[in-house]
Design a protein around this ligand. Sequence first.
Ligand code: SF4
Length: 328
Amino acid sequence: MRDSLLELQEVRTYFYVRKGLFKTLAVKAVDGVSLSINRGETVAIVGESGSGKSTLGRTALKLVEPTSGKIIFEGKDITNLSSEDLKWFRRKAQMIFQDPYTSLNPFMTIKQIIEEPLVVHGFDAREREERVIKALEDVRLLPPETFLSKYPHMLSGGQRQRVGIARCLVLEPVFIVADEPVSMIDASSRVEILLLMRSLQGKYGIGMMYITHDIATTKYFSDKIAVMYAGKLLEIGPSQRILKEPLHPYTVALIDAVPDPDPHNRFRLRRVVTGEPPSPLNPPSGCRFHPRCPYSDGMKCVKEEPEMIEVDMNRKVACHYIEKIAGK
Ligand code: SF4
């Protein structure tokens, strides 16, 4: 059994906005999420824009403070860290950003970009040089010496994202949040980058939170899938089982929306959901998915929030009628 690296317990992250002179409204970006990530495991957080998946990643990295709940990392409660302990955590936990065009400083060379975290953490020049070369080799920017003095604009989108991954690896982290790491690069490089990340993760036993709106990419990359909607988890379980046999109506719709390259499946009946995701300022009552759910009963679904219930080993779903729906 793999040991637990990160555990989120009933984590809530709210942002407050002023409305008028006296009223303050809470934007419930993440609203009571519990999940765990083991060493060497990738958990994909899947959902539409506004589902709260990026805020969840930033909360897990302590870039955003949770409003309530607990974050346990390597067995230690890191919800309220001192600045000394935060430095310890920053060395162990890193982020790969979505946009390789804006996340790299255009005035710095590739060497300066990759070694920046090492400078912050006080590594000497010789060790910095060694680690930068090793990181470039790891992300297969070869030969590494030829990239050191280049600037980001001299590289392709795929190569820039490899530099972003190298910068992330240089501190030898044990936990990485990858926020839509391939959504801004050419389709031809996407699978290559995902497979590279997968192999590096296996090599170094890194626990990873992979955030994506594209459930199709999780098959290359994740052990577990957690589906988020309007700040809540709706389904979580092993990737292969969820991709093959999704249970929650929202997960079913996400998978059915993936284009199928097989011409024999051209006329396959797709279960689509209509409507737009709700505003986190004013989420629906009861089950947050009820305004778009084809199975909503208009009563219990509107009034009562469904709990996450275990439907199978390691698989949980939040739906009042999951047995009935799954039995169809
Ligand atoms: Fe649909 Fe009701 Fe289940 Fe929500 S609880 S997914 S509205 S059937």
